[in-house]
Design a protein around this ligand. Sequence first.
Ligand SMILES: C[S@@+](CC[C@H](N)C(=O)[O-])C[C@H]1O[C@@H](n2cnc3c(N)ncnc32)[C@H](O)[C@@H]1O
Length: 229
Amino acid sequence: MGSRPARPSRPHARSEEAVIATDKVQSWVYTEEYCTEPETVRDARDRAEELGISAVSPGAGAALRLLAAALRARAVAEVGTGTGVSGLWLLEGMADDGVLTTIDVEVEHQRAAKEAFAAAGVRSTRTRTISGRALDVLPRLADGAYDLVLVDGDPAEAADCADQAIRMLRTGGVLVVNEALWHDRVADPARRDEDTVAMRELGRRVRDDERLLPALLPVGGGLLTAVKR
Ligand SMILES: C[S@@+](CC[C@H](N)C(=O)[O-])C[C@H]1O[C@@H](n2cnc3c(N)ncnc32)[C@H](O)[C@@H]1O
């Protein structure tokens, strides 16, 4: 480990804005491209674009893989299968015999995800795809049985999904909510549309929940993460 570079002297306020506008954006792009996305994941991402689905960004995918690997996850649940982009990243980080339970209301999306899992050589025993609405399916999943739960479905339902996720997680398990910055609107208090308000409220609830240890990672569209104490 080398020494840190000297902190630049504090620039004049106006030029500091310019530094944020240029250097920060460049750093974010660099962060997103830091881990190379496997070809099978890129193919699933292309399919998501064709179907008009917003998949997790490559940086968010790499963070999900890291969390799954750090937890040695054997049981992961996901709301919002999409075409399998997040699922493929999670599966790569999980234990070899780990099972991803993934829920989506759209049959066409799950069909595309199954094709992506097969193309990536994922054994069929490692995925359990459940077709249905998240809030109908989640209450049927076991208490304290999951190492990680990803919420990436309908933003209006994210808070109720997160409540279910907290019930489903084991102690030490991790809740992840994708798009927690909701198109960069959450940080701007002037934005009051329904989805933005729902995500902002969820962020507050997770932060103030004494059962959880939270961190909001500014990767992709924002990954709200929290360990269940
Ligand atoms: C943002 S996409 C998920 C992308 C996926 N996680 C990925 O990175 O590849 C959201 C998905 O949630 C699904 N969805 C929306 N509302 C839902 C609900 N109430 N229950 C289950 N799935 C839902 C949509 O059909 C869509 O496939």
